[in-house]
Design a protein. Sequence first.
Length: 86
Amino acid sequence: MLTIVICVGSSCYVRGSDKVAEILERLIQQENLSNQVELTGAFCMEHCSMGVSVRLNNQVYPELYPENTESFFYNEVIPCLKREVK
Ligand code: FES
């Protein structure tokens, strides 16, 4: 199971972490990956001055926005999943 951790701290919330979570949730459903990817929330990841912070496999991606969430999903999450399966 791959876990995507979304920062729900106040700076990230203001930048749209709830939207980012919603988009990721939709993409997970759309790709039928709900048994392989889980979404969870965490408090501040200490990159508050950037975009919404998301952690994937111990790496923090601090510049997510609703606009680039889909490309993050296809360029980072899916390849990560493929590596895990191997
Ligand atoms: S509130 Fe998200 S990184 Fe600080």
